[in-house]
Ligand binder design. Structure first.
Ligand SMILES: Cc1ncc(COP(=O)(O)O)c(C=O)c1O
Length: 440
């Protein structure tokens, strides 16, 4: 049996019609995706409006960790939406239970959360908390970082996309280099776990750029949008200690890295990071819009009544989703499956790398991996021109992938955490076929 099944060229007739109509009415401002109009999806399999089936390596954009349209989640959302769709700034059964359940699922010192709607909104809240708690206004963040498209999030971000020609940005952002083991011209990844060269550089960056009003640090456990860049082991731990020694608050942006994506429930667990603040989004609702900022009661107490609020944050339907998603994690072995299937798929991807002259790097952990394409494995010159072909050819053969990267040359491998060996094998086969046909 095969899972992928695409008949004819893409986009199919119905997909084409919808794609053309779409931008008559909604602005054409989103990025490039496979020419496929999704109709419905279950687990790891997406069916388009023309009846073609695809194996999904996108999970939306790292959202549907429990698998598309998980029955338990769908039923919970249906039930809650029949009872109460919205209320504002007041508790309801679902909101209270969701907060209790989320806090209980976190490391125990993180004893409070606040629900919002998007990852960017959670990042905004984290920045507010860092500023208010310390009374300072500067935030240290990283080149290549992506924290969202709202103004504070874009300002601390280190990618051109969210801010180019949208200036000026919010003052106080100080950015440092995020160590990248694949592209490390300064040798910052070499001397772990001390990373003396890196931290000397970081001290000098702060000395040269700060007015003395540094409130905190915001960092991704791996850089997602920049190309799924995983820092060298021990660097995050050292960064966390560095921040603590300087009295800075430390925010870990787990909007995309949490809920088992990296093979642990929370990315912070890998190096026992104990961040002061954590931002969570995407898989917290597995498709239902919800996010959260998480911290300690002490840190949240810097806010007065009315200083953190959101029209849709904590609404009953989103809260029911938070509960249902965590119940699924309690019942199913998703985090362990992410770890095991991640190892299995990485092995397969490394074999493919050995055969494909353009696949320069395969990196990642759990079920989040990046495939970096280069013109030449020695010079590592990025090959973004291959990416549209890979995305389109994969879709034509029944595999959905997306792209990221500072140079636009990285393919994301991020299937729902329910992926099986059988589906992994079929999808790896499709990728290999496509990569073997590549020509520059
Ligand atoms: C690490 C990180 N932070 C924040 C965001 C912003 O989330 P949203 O698009 O839900 O606002 C994203 C989205 O991709 C992200 O990956």
């Amino acid at each position: 049996m095969t899972y992928a099944n695409v008949n004819g060229s893409l986009p199919g007739a119905k997909s084409k019609e919808l794609m053309e109509k779409w931008h008559k009415f909604e602005a054409d401002a989103t990025g490039f995706q496979a020419p496929v109009v999704w109709d419905h999806a279950k687990g790891c399999i997406v069916t388009d409006v023309d009846g073609n089936n695809y194996i999904d390596w996108t999970s939306g954009v790292l959202v549907t960790n429990v698998g598309h349209c998980h029955r338990h989640l769908v039923q919970a959302v249906q039930k809650a939406s029949g009872e109460l769709l919205n209320n504002y700034e007041c508790p309801n059964d679902y909101r209270v239970a969701a907060a209790e359940k989320l806090v209980n699922a976190l490391p125990s010192y993180l004893d409070k959360c606040f629900f919002l709607s998007t990852g960017s909104e959670a990042v905004e809240a984290a920045i507010r908390l860092m500023k208010r708690k310390t009374g300072k206004f500067e935030i240290l963040s990283f080149e290549g970082g992506f924290h969202g498209r709202t103004m504070n999030a874009a300002s601390v971000g280190g990618l051109a996309g969210p801010k180019k020609n949208f200036g000026p940005m919010v003052p106080g952002a100080i950015r440092a280099i995020y160590p990248n083991p694949y592209r490390d011209p300064f040798g910052f990844c070499d001397d772990g776990p001390q990373f003396n060269k890196y931290f000397d550089y970081l001290d000098s960056t702060v000395r040269a750029n700060s007015t003395g009003c540094l409130a905190g640090v915001i960092v991704e456990p791996y850089q997602g949008a920049a190309g799924f860049i995983f820092p060298p082991v021990g660097w995050l731990k050292k960064l966390r200690l560095w921040a603590k020694e300087k009295g800075l608050l430390f925010t870990l942006d787990e909007v995309q890295a949490s809920y088992g994506r990296t093979g642990k429930m929370w990315a912070m667990e890998h190096e026992d990071l104990m961040p002061d603040i954590v931002t969570i989004g995407k898989a917290i609702g597995c498709g239902v819009p919800v996010s959260a900022v998480v911290s300690t009661g002490d840190i949240f107490s810097c806010l007065q009544k009315g200083e953190l609020s959101s029209t849709l944050g904590g609404n009953p339907v989103s809260s029911a989703a938070v509960i249902a998603v965590l119940e699924i994690y309690e019942r199913e072995n998703l985090v362990e499956n992410s770890r095991q299937m991640g190892e299995y798929m990485k092995e397969g991807l490394l074999k493919i790398q050995g055969k494909c002259k353009y696949l320069g790097d395969v990196r990642g952990m759990g079920l989040v991996m990046g495939l970096e394409f280069v013109k030449d494995k020695t010079t590592k010159k990025p090959a973004p021109e291959l990416i549209k072909t890979i995305i389109t050819r994969c879709a034509e053969k029944g595999l959905l992938v997306g792209s990221v990267g500072v140079f636009g040359n990285v393919i994301r491998v991020a299937p729902p955490l329910v992926i099986t060996q059988e589906i992994a094998d079929e999808s790896l086969g499709i990728l290999e076929d496509v990569l073997m046909e590549l020509r520059l």
